[in-house]
Ligand binder design. Sequence first.
Ligand code: G3H
Ligand code: 13P
Ligand code: ZN
Length: 309
Amino acid sequence: MPLVNTKDMFKKAYAGGYAIGAFNVNNMELIQGIVGAAIEENAPLILQVSSGARKYANPIYLRKLVEAAVEQSGLPIALHLDHGDTYELCKSAIEDGFTSVMIDASHHSFEENIKITREVVRLAHDKGVDVEAELGRLAGIEDDVNVSAADASYTNPAQVEEFVSKTGVDSLAIAIGTSHGAFKFKGEAKLRFDILDEVSKRLPGFPIVLHGASSVLPEYVKIINDNGGSMAGAKGVPEDMLRRAASMAVCKINIDSDLRMACTAAIRKHFNENPAHFDPRQYLGPARELIKQCVKHKLVNVLGCNGKA
Ligand code: G3H
Ligand code: 13P
Ligand code: ZN
């Protein structure tokens, strides 16, 4: 099976009350860990690449690694550009064979966001590529969304129908209190399910995307801290909240930080226990394995997309 786009995945996920995991990839071990988990759980997958990942790994290497994953797994896998911030970047990803792109023009005005998104949609749809856009802005990683983030950074549900109809976008990322990184909440975690509810009423059947959805698993924080790292105060989105979102209109849940932490935890622990090792396979192997265990846990216990490939 070749790379797929996200349409069919999202249609089934919406109807089935589950979400597809969109995992960020930068290198071979991440791709193998994620895909290994999806094979064992027979799950559809979105592998997503940021512009930073493209710079780090070289777009050709990443595309070839993802092609290898598709060939080996036989699973429905979409290759998605994460946070494309310009028309040119989206165009370059489309030319590279991505089957889905995100145009993130959420830092522009509402009108400008519509204009840029519409241009990307025109280009992408011409090539059978899906487009995700963002309305509202996620809190920054330093912000305490419970206290200091202004309501203005949440998605305004009154704007979503106009945005979707004027742009023709295929899915929409909304801001309901999640944020990127491993330090999401200073106090109690709180998501604005009222906004998600209102958005889904206004856009019946339309796939919603949740960014910044790592849970920052305490077991990884502990391994990192016990082995010379320092992640005191790290806090993510509770998994029961993500399950609730997945049972609603959220069809795509973005996870990066949890995989970074799994990778780091395994490597720190490995070196603490084996200070003389210097063969990269000795520490990258355990990292790949913990990434795989992390993704299996997400597929089964958070996203509910196991068995849905
Ligand atoms: O939301 C961003 C993703 O976590 C990717 O992060 O831009 O550091 O690759 P990155
Ligand atoms: P996390 O930092 O919560 O993993 O979010 C990743 C993300 O939204 C990628 O676009
Ligand atoms: Zn994101």
